[in-house]
Write a protein that binds this ligand. Structure first.
Ligand SMILES: [Zn+2]
Length: 231
């Protein structure tokens, strides 16, 4: 159960009710009468992207199911900003493929924690939802140690400073873990998660996300996509 307060339950019920009366359009291309058309479903076939995170204590490999652009970016935005959570299952194959590429064996995935504010706004914790849909073994070991400012508009170094020591991990000693998030942009948040998990004694075997910004637009906003990295 991802919902744990009454506001979120009401929000979810409203979203279900609205879905019955509002016309459905494809989240990838906008054509009517389909929540995701066949062409856009095909465009979400896993195309794993590999990056290396420069985390404190040593580099960590990040695998992502798709590049965060075009149809994939619009579908992620539909899930995160428009509450179209049933689409999360369409990103599950990419997440599973990304996890498999890490060859992390029996590791558990640790979702990035979401702020209370974004949880209230969305009614779900998107990283947890993605992990669930991908049927990956989840351990929620991370939480916020302090509030952080909005990441939008910050360059990589500023993002790093903004999130430094913002997370903490509990019950992580000796555990083999993979950090999981919806989208990687600069990687600063994931690197902070790796730091916190290592500080708590975990063995971090890598990171996975549904999508990652292509290297040429790291830290910049893909055209037409108003994504949000603030938690
Ligand atoms: Zn479409």
């Amino acid at each position: 159960m991802l919902l744990d307060d009454s506001a979120a339950v009401v929000r979810s019920a409203l979203a279900d009710a609205l879905a019955l009366v509002l016309p459905v359009v494809c989240a990838g291309c906008g054509i009517p009468d389909s929540s995701l058309c066949d062409a856009c479903i095909a465009a979400l076939e896993p195309q794993p992207v590999r990056r290396v995170l420069d985390a404190p204590g040593g580099e960590v490999v990040l695998w992502s199911g798709l590049s965060f652009e075009g149809i994939a970016a619009r579908v992620v935005r539909a899930i995160k900003e428009d509450g179209r959570t049933p689409l999360a299952r369409r990103l599950a194959p990419g997440m599973r493929e990304a996890f498999a590429r890490l060859d992390a064996g029996d590791a558990v995935v640790v979702p990035m924690p979401t702020s209370r504010a974004s949880y209230r706004r969305r009614g779900v914790r998107v990283p947890d939802l993605l992990a669930q849909r991908a049927r990956l073994p989840v351990a929620r070991l991370l939480r916020h140690a302090r509030r952080t400012g909005d990441q939008r508009g910050l360059d990589r170094n500023a993002r790093r400073d903004n999130v430094a020591h913002s997370l903490m991990a509990t019950s992580a000693a000796g555990r083999r873990v993979v950090v999981l998030d919806d989208v990687a942009t600069t990687g600063a948040s994931l690197e902070e998660a790796v730091r916190a998990l290592r500080a708590a004694g975990a063995v971090v075997l890598g990171a996975v996300t549904a999508a990652a910004t292509p290297r040429h637009m790291n830290g910049r906003r893909p055209p037409g996509v108003a994504f949000e990295t603030h938690r």
